[in-house]
Design a protein around this ligand. Structure first.
Ligand code: GRE
Ligand code: ZN
Length: 320
């Protein structure tokens, strides 16, 4: 097929590039050298695996994990500038999602404008909730973030909702069984809940043009939405939303294949989301371009649909 576009591909800076405790040391050694590289290893692998264009973002938790507000605001700017330089050196191969310091909403809106209008970025990527100086977790449905959602609607760019570790108080399963930490189970628990919060809070009634991208084939939501919707109708706190949960999922979300190279899961996502809401991605360097591309290039889809998921939907969404 034509060259693919990949959307959840990460880089790091010294400030935000520490070893996650849940990655085996040998795995991290391999991930680390690729996280800090743009051209030596990344471009060759993109060529080898038929990926023409990658939208790159800062690794998780990034600035969302800064309790110091000034450090977060500075960290967002400087890491966005590092990414902008890498893009400027290879503008036909790389694009960017901005890091935004939601610890200071006004600064985050300003940075969103700068990154989209001046640097040509394709949207923002937020690692789920944002830390406060006193260690609380602010989720994206918080009313204080309305200016960010308005800016995204005005600029007509999406927010990529990316995982991070759960808030400490919720991590009991991971404390008992650390094997389940991070991308194994914890990420999708955190991020599917964060996405459902956006819907349940009525955010998309207030911001109907807002678009959210979920990785990992929708963080289980395409598979689970029927049950969630069915049981929310029976809950003590019945929902007062204007539309069905499934309608919001289909009208305000896209999902990517990042780190989830499973054909049954892809089929479920396509059935629930519709063919124009599913897009190829890898999650490099935490997952492999070789594995993701070999899987996707061989999935039993007709050529038109493979093209649509492999690049067509991304071309439309990001005006590539
Ligand atoms: C990911 O994006 O998958 C990821 C991170 C940071 C640590 C581990 C990980 O962004 O898998
Ligand atoms: Zn990722």
């Amino acid at each position: 097929m034509d060259k693919k576009v990949a959307l959840e591909e990460h880089f790091a800076t010294p400030q935000y590039g520490g070893r996650p405790h849940f990655l085996a040391a040998d795995v991290w050694a391999d991930v680390e050298r690729r996280l800090f590289d743009f051209t030596q290893l990344r471009l060759a692998l993109m060529d080898e695996t038929g990926i023409g264009y990658a939208i790159i973002s800062l690794t998780s938790p990034g600035v969302q994990g800064d309790r110091d507000v000034a450090a977060a605001v500075n960290g967002a700017r400087t890491s966005n500038d590092v990414l902008a330089s890498a893009i400027a050196a290879n503008p036909d191969r790389f694009g960017g999602f901005a890091a935004v310091a939601l610890q200071d909403v006004e600064a985050a809106v300003e940075e969103t404008h700068r990154c989209v209008k001046e640097l040509g970025f394709h949207g923002v990527l937020v690692n789920s909730f944002t830390d406060t100086p006193d260690g609380r977790a602010l989720h994206l449905d918080d009313a204080r973030f309305a200016p960010l959602w308005r800016a995204l609607e005005e600029l007509n760019v999406p927010l990529y909702l990316h995982p991070r570790l759960q808030p400490a108080a919720q991590r009991t399963a991971m404390v008992d069984w650390p094997e389940m930490a991070g991308p194994v189970m914890e990420f999708t628990t955190e991020t599917s809940t964060a996405a459902l919060r956006l819907i349940t809070s009525g955010l998309f009634d207030r911001h109907p043009r807002a678009q959210v991208v979920l990785g990992h084939l929708g963080e289980t939501l395409p598979y689970n939405i029927w049950r969630i919707e069915n049981r929310m109708r029976k809950a003590t706190d019945r929902t007062t939303l204007a539309k069905s949960l499934t309608s919001y999922l289909k009208e305000n979300f896209y999902v990517t294949t990042s780190g989830h190279f499973s054909t049954p899961s892809l089929i479920a996502a396509l059935e629930v989301m519709g063919h124009d809401r599913v897009m190829f991605s890898v999650d490099y360097p935490f997952d492999e371009m070789t594995q993701g591309s070999a899987w996707f290039d061989g999935v039993p889809l007709d050529d038109a649909l493979r093209h649509q998921i492999g690049r067509g939907n991304a071309e439309r969404l990001f005006s590539l």
